[in-house]
Ligand binder design. Sequence first.
Ligand code: 13P
Length: 250
Amino acid sequence: MARKKIIAGNWKMNKTPSEAAAFIRELAPMVAGAEAEVVCCVPAIDIVPAVEAAKGSDIRIGAENMYFEEKGAYTGEISPAMLADAGVSYVILGHSERREYFGETNETVNRKVKKAFEHGLVPIVCCGETLNQREQGITMDWIRQQIKIAFLGISAEQAAEAVIAYEPIWAIGTGKVATSEQAQEVCHGIRELIRELYGDSTAEAVRIQYGGSVAPANAAELFAQPDIDGGLVGGASLKPDFAKVVYYQG
Ligand code: 13P
């Protein structure tokens, strides 16, 4: 069965709650009936109004992070149960910005991936190399390690449901998009790793996104690659133009 493409916006730290609701209402008719699955991953405080605004539309709402404990004395954190109860479908885990600025590690990502599944949330597990790592020729070693640890203790059935986002750090917010060959090569390597870990049917089911300066102008070529099942889109997801990425086939 062909994998359904998934185009997800990552708003990062942008849009207030009222801006979020207004934007979702504007976007909803523009992406109605899209062939790809459309997700907007929004800041925690925007989740409730975004879910409300997306009701009855084809837009699903995702979170940008969550904590790995159920509840308790973790000031400022958001639990998986809170996200699930609020109507969230997806949660981005291990984004490179969280790794760089907020001390996220492969181990904390793994704990979060497990918790997400326990609560019926689908994780969008992020991985990606720095420019330095690419130049040293260790891209695939690094990514294999990130993914192997993130998926420790995850069953084949769960892995088949997961989304993996390959986001080369040097391509994020730089306007310097990876070539479709570079992106395909790594996304293929990730699928082969999933095959090694879980077998053919899981490898064929898992969806792998590319992220890093995705825009209406480059989406068609990237998403035409055999192992790229859509994108995780930062800057271009903040404007109604996001619909053009969703309709990448033109
Ligand atoms: P840009 O699309 O702004 O490069 O961001 C990519 C990203 O980090 C999505 O998670």
